[in-house]
Design a protein around this ligand. Sequence first.
Ligand SMILES: NC(=O)c1ccc[n+]([C@@H]2O[C@H](COP(=O)([O-])OP(=O)(O)OC[C@H]3O[C@@H](n4cnc5c(N)ncnc54)[C@H](O)[C@@H]3O)[C@@H](O)[C@H]2O)c1
Length: 353
Amino acid sequence: MRIGVIGAGAISPLYLRYLTRRDDVTVAAIADLNLERAASRAREFSLSAGLTPAALLARGDIDLVLNLTTPAAHAAVSAAALHAGKHVYSEKPLAISPTDGARLVSQAAAAGRHLACAPDTILGSGIQTAIQALDAGVIGRPVGVTLAFLNHGHEHWHPDPAFYYQPGGGPVLDMGPYYVTALVSLLGPVTRVVSLAAQTFARRIVTSPARAGEEIVVGVPTHVVGLLETAAKVPVQVTMSFDVWHHTLPHLEIYGTEGTLEVPDPNTFGGPVRVRRADEAAARELPLRPDLPQEQARGVGVVDLVHAVREGRPGRLDGVLGAHVLDVLAALARGGDTVITSTVSRPLPVGTS
Ligand SMILES: NC(=O)c1ccc[n+]([C@@H]2O[C@H](COP(=O)([O-])OP(=O)(O)OC[C@H]3O[C@@H](n4cnc5c(N)ncnc54)[C@H](O)[C@@H]3O)[C@@H](O)[C@H]2O)c1
């Protein structure tokens, strides 16, 4: 299976480092609108010269496109790749509008191609160990969940951070995919979203060196507080913010009839996973699944997709999951009370079929 990467920006080296070390996939080419950037990334990873996106899609020896463009470009780039007969793995979110997300799912089905979407952190040892513990009944039946992602945005480190404050960015669409994909993997789909979405600052000033002093006009809510209800009627409280300097909320905590499960940061592959049952004096750490990545392994979802194509099964990060997560996130970012009409089966835990 030969992979062509479109998007040679900040995240691409993480994927390329992981994928170029594997012997079950081959990265054949890289493209970007910025040819200079594509060429320099191609040199760094000994790939054939950097290409234009159109030239990459025209190559018959590329089976799968890894879409690492910025969120607003995801839908168009994935649609063009499906149209060219490629399987697609997209960075998150699948698209920036639920309509585009659903359209991509239909297009892939009609074309008989696989479509999958990040984040692949849910295939890591941390989240999979938590799923195993939950399924084993360690905390009994879930009665509630807290999800929280709060920081002060990306303008202090990212070389080109404006996109984080445009539609498709903001804490909800940028970081929400990690949290809501992990939630669905643990507890299944979401049926209702209630939310208050605030845009705290009209403008943000970049402090990262490449564009220090530049002003970003904010076009998305940056502090969002919401409630989700899962299909199994578990209430979930969510806070997503780019406006908070310090906090003490857990990343993802599940409360059950018999105890509490502390799930690790869904933006990482490792632990710790902690459990405290009703009769225990303190939380204890569970051993992590040794068969799955615990360190940075961005690209493991692409490998899952490659195996899914070969085995003729849907990938664990199938586009249907990405589209459902996008529906939930769009409702959270919009504010108000929304019934979620899309649904998805909980992805099979890794190692089960
Ligand atoms: N940077 C991170 O730490 C990080 C982490 C996880 C996920 N992501 C996700 O990865 C994606 C890319 O983020 P990034 O930080 O690498 O952004 P970036 O701005 O550094 O790079 C994006 C690249 O895509 C190219 N591009 C944009 N539109 C294009 C198009 N239509 N055709 C071809 N190329 C196009 C740009 O020229 C740029 O080189 C985003 O979806 C982001 O949410 C980023």
